[in-house]
Design a protein around this ligand. Sequence first.
Ligand code: SF4
Length: 709
Amino acid sequence: MTSINSSCAYCGVGCGVEVSSNLDQALPLATHQIDSLSLTGMAKHPANLGRLCAKGENLLASIEQPTNLLYPQDASGKSISWNDAINTISQRFNEVISEHGPQAVAFYLSGQLLTEDYYVANKLAKGFIGTANVDTNSRLCMSSAVSAHQRAFGEDVVSGNYQDFEQARVIVLVGSNAAWTHPVLFQRMLAARSANGTKIVVVDPMASATAKQADVHLAIKPGCDHHLFNGLLSYLAKHDLIDAPYIQAHTEHFDQAIQQIATDYQDADIAKLTGLSADQVLAFYQLFVAHQQVITASCQGVNQSTLGTDTTNAIINCHLARGQVGKPGSGFFSLTGQPNAMGGREVGGLATQLACHLGFADKERSLVAEHWEAPNIVGHKGLTAVEMFDAVASGEIKAIWVLGTNPAASLPDSHNVSKALADCPFVVVSDVTADTDTAKLADLLLPALPWSQKDGTVTNSERTISRQRGFVIPKGEAKADWWSLAQVANAMGYAGFEYQSAYDVFVEHAQLSSKVKQAYPYKAFDISGLASISYEQYQALKPTQWPINDTSQEGTTDRRVFTDGQFATETGKAQFVYSKQTNLERSPSPINKQNQLLLNSGRSRDQWHTMTRTGHIAKLRGHQVEPTIAMSQATANRVGVSQDQLILCQPVVNCVNEDYVSTKNNATIARVEIDSSISVDSAFMSMHWTKQFSRAGGVNQALDSRYDP
Ligand code: SF4
């Protein structure tokens, strides 16, 4: 029996897995031998302590896809050599750059990529080509939390860890169906409740699987979470339930926030604004202050909103007011959607930042440029996800490389994204399968190593860096994404991409972190302690939580940041942020037509993203077999539809402070599912369906591409 430790490919909980073979042969194995493999949760991984959810337990079934992409392909589907593929990309990119400038080239990345892949993509684009048009699908799930962290703490930092959920006396989940989306962490919460009597509060318009298991479910009106937390901050101030010494010593702008809320809200009734009863609101506020160990975690119900950042700051304000940051069992915690959304942000995966959480000030740019010996370091932020595909549609971007993601299905207004890609002069897609909606639009398809074969690191929601390790010998000519990016960089004539392994990339990243820490000692992100590790140490790297400023800290977990009340802002103080954007005028308009509904989208229990890795696994497909639009019986009666009826869903809704207007001709078709968990006048559709798995396509065809500025 041989075994190897790796990490799960799916969500931001970042569970460790142990893969074992019953053959008397060292891993990796050939694909025809994978029946000899078994997979269990890694007992010593701090994220899961041996647990796994249904998706994790079925990871081995994801290895063999019906249409694994094994060789580079041209637009006709003909296999070509890597040499030809690399030469074509480098030539086309160089032509576009010389004719239209570097901003005409873009990269769209993914929280599925490993940190090393992300690092090389950013270095190539932001340091050598000279375009900051590098964004990631993490923009869709995380950017509101990122911006809120930056505004409040000075840096994109989740200060707590998973143990905080076990030490808390009250857990508040806002816009999160953790029972389905972060199952193993939710199991830890339930276990903590059994042991300690922890109260779990769920703030969600839907009676989700999580809400059904909560002690308190606040079925809030969609788009109104900010009112609940602005009201809570007022309540804390009015009843002198704040930690005044902490506010005085470690924060700024508390008084302004309180005054502005008082001015904007006057005597507004929070219960009426949120659709809750006065008793529910008061009971929640009283529970929030009944214990010092209170943790609030939010997910896409908060993030994917035009008010996501402001709502997140409204939550953080309440924890700052109670002095609850960096302390056991308390604080704000952003639940990350993807396995490596955080690792991508660490190396500058968003168009709005440089590597190691740096921005675009001259000193920051120089530091990165010097480390990379980069000739064309970018001077300002680039286009973010929705803006990027708008620029593809307008012809401003003429060449785009999409890696490990499926924007033709996963971005809102996906019809237009598909059309933009179809019309774009040059589209490169790197993926593990050839039949995603986006791969079908590629001029050039590159076979990427899938989970089980790729090698590198990921960072989970609690800042733990884990190794993902290959245990299957790659079939065909699939390659690591960092490798294909580096080959193209070399072919474009750039120096500094002569990496031999993921280790070389990782150490260069850690060395940059070392320099950043010297220049900006107050920055929280720090992996300088790994800057001089050997190849063997990298191969054996244990799950380790940053900050890591000494090699001896390898394997350290359960750590917190900002424990001393020193933040990563210039003054060292955390910031209360109240935005007029969140004032009481920002509430959803009333439904005013008989056939209108307020639509929310979200995950199903057993599927992942656009189903590219989970859609063909029979055990996972049983939970939902076709796209449905779920609504209560009362809502179905009002709009005049019935169970199992196929209906056309068109985008007529703009959620916040806008009239309900018909905006586009796009639509999707779904079968009505009567579901008592959906609140009145609302509907819910799964986010996963695409044209690859349903001819009707998915919900993103019917969603507007409005986003949080
Ligand atoms: Fe994988 Fe997330 Fe399930 Fe853990 S909780 S096994 S990381 S999908």
